[in-house]
Design a protein around this ligand. Structure first.
Ligand SMILES: Nc1ncnc2c1ncn2[C@@H]1O[C@H](COP(=O)(O)OP(=O)(O)O)[C@@H](O)[C@H]1O
Ligand SMILES: [Mg+2]
Length: 225
């Protein structure tokens, strides 16, 4: 394995039991490499297994079979405590509905993942201000989420995902609630952060977004095709 690979899935399979005994193979024998500083995409129709793949890769859910290799270790064997720490130290998440906290300002939303950590408030503020500027929303510093457009809220979501200095960002349909122009600018913004060695995995039903990716995989019925 090249040391350039940050996280790697090998023969990853995730099955769910639906109802009494129907087995759904949501992810079926998938191999995936996520290198440092690259934007990787997985596209496919609704129900093809994209969110499941992302949840299993990020340690939020356990695979039924296969391995997830990070720093020469198989994280799928780790206990929940260790996985939680792994996520906190290494992963940033971006969501379709951005999931900002309505009672916090733009700046405070960016800071919020760091509040439970032992980081000085001055350092937290410095980082958040820098990110707010990088996502082009310095003029919205004191605005609340309800006062921002969808595209602006997702830019705050991106800044929030980056504030913990993660090695990898997982984004599930990050442009799902945006129009074409805003979707493009969100993807270009994400791509710009790969220049600092951050790896990004975007999963989306939107095939058009592939043009922003360094590499794209297509998923159908749980498999890469
Ligand atoms: N918790 C669950 N229990 C049972 N089936 C699930 C669960 N989560 C997802 N599935 C099923 O797994 C398949 C893949 O779903 P998902 O990963 O959400 O696909 P996508 O994100 O591509 O729309 C679907 O058939 C879905 O119904
Ligand atoms: Mg999904």
């Amino acid at each position: 394995m090249s040391s350039n690979i940050l996280i790697e899935a090998k023969n990853l399979t995730k099955e769910y039991i639906r109802g009494r005994k129907e087995v759904v193979v949501a992810v079926n024998d998938v191999d995936l490499e996520i290198p440092r500083g690259k934007l990787i995409m997985v596209t496919g129709p609704s129900g093809s297994g994209k969110s499941t793949l992302l949840n299993v890769l990020s340690g939020l859910d356990k695979p039924t079979e296969g391995k997830i290799i990070f720093s020469d270790e198989d994280i799928s064997e780790w206990e929940e405590d260790r996985l939680a720490q792994f996520r906190q130290e290494n992963i940033g998440f971006i969501f379709q509905n951005w999931e900002l906290i309505r009672t916090l300002t733009a700046l405070e939303n960016i800071e919020s993942p760091l509040y439970p950590l032992k980081i000085k408030s001055k350092e937290i503020r410095t980082r958040a201000i820098s990110l707010l500027k990088q996502v082009g929303l310095w003029d919205k510093v004191d605005n609340f989420p309800d006062e921002l457009s969808g595209g602006e809220q997702q830019r705050i979501g991106i800044a929030r995902a980056l504030v913990g200095k993660p090695k990898i960002i997982f984004a599930d349909e990050p442009t799902g609630n945006l129009d074409l122009d805003n979707a493009g600018s969100v993807m270009r913004l994400l791509k710009s952060f790969t220049k600092r060695d951050t790896a990004i995995l975007v999963v989306s039903h939107n095939e058009e977004l592939k043009k922003y990716a360094d590499k794209a995989h297509r998923m159908s019925n749980g498999r890469f095709i």
